[in-house]
Design a protein around this ligand. Structure first.
Ligand SMILES: Cc1cc2nc3c(=O)[nH]c(=O)nc-3n(C[C@H](O)[C@H](O)[C@H](O)COP(=O)(O)OP(=O)(O)OC[C@H]3O[C@@H](n4cnc5c(N)ncnc54)[C@H](O)[C@@H]3O)c2cc1C
Length: 436
């Protein structure tokens, strides 16, 4: 069989993993990345002695395969952490997840949450969530109190859409659902059990999360940085580089965010064009700060459900690795969600976030800020609404018909972790081997 020309668009973790797996199986492929550096969302920056990731990026493993892959790549530069995650609500800090750790909250809140949970529990609702909106799932799983005091405000703030507009297709164990006994235990004292997929996480000892894509890239051949793709010609089966020149393909593996595709392919069929228009997403405005003071708390991150606070979460880089900060210093990341549905004023959001950090006593004065860094992440999380499934399916089918395998978090348009996209790189290779 003639040698197939395989091109990969994007050198984030998905594109790098696809290239790595293909090359291990003896396939030649070329990778085109528009930025000057590899890594996509998993890049890190060094500013004034502080290393900042693009928002918080922590590794969680469900599969031995991915753990072994990452361990082989990073060797001893990989450390395991026990999560220290918190929620600030009703004027108190409680352990994550809210629903399993009501202890310490005002008595009226505990009563509300417990009563609601017992009522929902007594209805013995089936937890098969496919038929429900996310809102219904919250009400049926946790009841009115937990919904009101945390789940609804937090998720509305995070998704920037009402949970009534969202489906549950993305859930897949993301939100821990404790038993009645565990909820009751959690009102007496913090639960001993660590809930959820992120109870522990792994993180590089040195260099930030960027070490992972860098290690992967060091084993990948034919990697072209500063190569933006400006056009995909479905008839000629070729891509055009913004800097000039074309490349032919038999298979095109694209990790380019789906909403960017109509700008690359002209004359899309009307129905497919319509599907692209139905995609929704939220964006994340990420502010990173390098700070003077020494933070005695060993917290990793804190959730803030309050609509009046700009951020939904604040995390602390220096507690992932002391190598990310100069000796004795701190650093943190602030996450603000926005979208067409809930815009923000970008000219004021940094000042507002700092004001809110002071209000929450996370920093005391502006003078504590030594350096700052901003990442405006246009595509944060694909929004799973009632159009999501059909629109995504039609797009994927159309692209596949033209030998384009669209993958990665924004190419496949799914709520995917770093582990998920690493695995997808392997499955794309298997797909191509099957097709070949
Ligand atoms: C705010 C936030 C926090 C997250 N935190 C975590 C976490 O803690 N743990 C976790 O496991 N996952 C986390 N994730 C998910 C993780 O970042 C992604 O799953 C993963 O990085 C996606 O990799 P990717 O290669 O699919 O996409 P990307 O990293 O977006 O890579 C796509 C690449 O394509 C390039 N590109 C785009 N257009 C073109 C073009 N026209 N021509 C050439 N190149 C192009 C881009 O420059 C980019 O390098 C988080 C995501 C977000 C948004």
């Amino acid at each position: 069989m003639a040698k197939k020309r395989i091109l990969i668009l994007g050198a984030g973790l998905a594109g790098l993993s696809a290239a790595w797996h293909l090359q291990k199986k003896g396939f030649d492929c070329q990778v085109f990345e528009k930025e000057s550096a590899v890594g996509g969302l998993c890049r890190s920056k060094k500013i004034g002695g502080f290393t900042f990731d693009c928002d918080g990026h922590l590794l969680h493993f469900k599969h031995h395969y991915t753990f072994d892959l990452v361990k082989n790549l990073l060797g001893s530069n990989l450390v395991k952490h026990q999560r220290s995650a918190w929620i600030y609500s009703s004027g108190k800090l409680s352990h994550y997840p809210f629903q399993a750790n009501l202890y310490g909250l005002p008595k009226s809140v505990i009563q509300d949450c417990l009563l609601g949970f017992i009522q929902a529990y007594n209805h013995n609702y089936k937890k098969t969530h496919n038929r429900y909106s996310f809102y219904e799932w919250i009400m049926r799983t946790f009841g009115r109190g937990i919904a009101r005091h945390f789940m609804i405000p937090y998720n509305t703030k995070f998704w920037t859409y009402s949970p009534k507009e969202l489906t549950c297709e993305w859930l897949d164990g993301f939100i821990p659902a404790p038993s009645l006994k565990e909820v009751i235990n959690g009102t007496i004292e913090p639960n001993k059990r660590q809930f959820g997929y992120n109870a522990t996480f792994w993180y590089p000892k040195k260099g930030g999360i960027n070490q992972l894509p860098l290690a992967l890239a060091s084993q990948v051949k034919n990697l072209h940085a500063n190569c933006q793709i400006s056009k995909i010609d479905l008839v000629k089966k070729q891509i055009s580089l913004a800097s000039g020149g074309n490349e032919k393909f038999d298979f095109l593996i694209s990790t380019v965010p789906l909403p960017e595709i109509p700008g690359l392919i002209s004359d899309l069929p009307k129905q497919v064009e319509e599907s692209f228009k139905r995609l929704k997403w939220n964006s994340i405005y990420n502010l990173n700060l390098g700070l003077k003071k020494i933070d005695p708390a060993r917290r990793h991150w804190v959730y803030f459900p309050q609509p009046e606070l700009s951020f939904f979460r604040v995390g602390f880089f220096h507690n992932f690795s002391s190598s990310l900060v100069p000796a004795g210093k701190n650093s943190l990341y602030v996450e603000v969600a926005y979208s067409k549905n809930k815009p923000i004023d970008k000219s004021r959001i940094v000042a507002q976030s700092i004001k809110d950090l002071k209000k929450m006593h996370i920093i005391r004065t502006q003078d504590e800020v030594l350096v700052q860094d901003v990442n405006d992440i246009k595509y944060g999380y694909p929004v799973y609404d009632s159009n999501y499934c059909l629109a995504r399916g039609k797009i994927a089918k159309f692209l596949m018909k033209h030998s384009i395998i669209s993958c990665g978090r924004y190419g496949s348009w799914r709520y995917m972790s770093m582990e998920d996209v690493l695995l997808e790189g392997r499955s794309v290779t298997e797909e191509i081997m099957g097709i070949r």
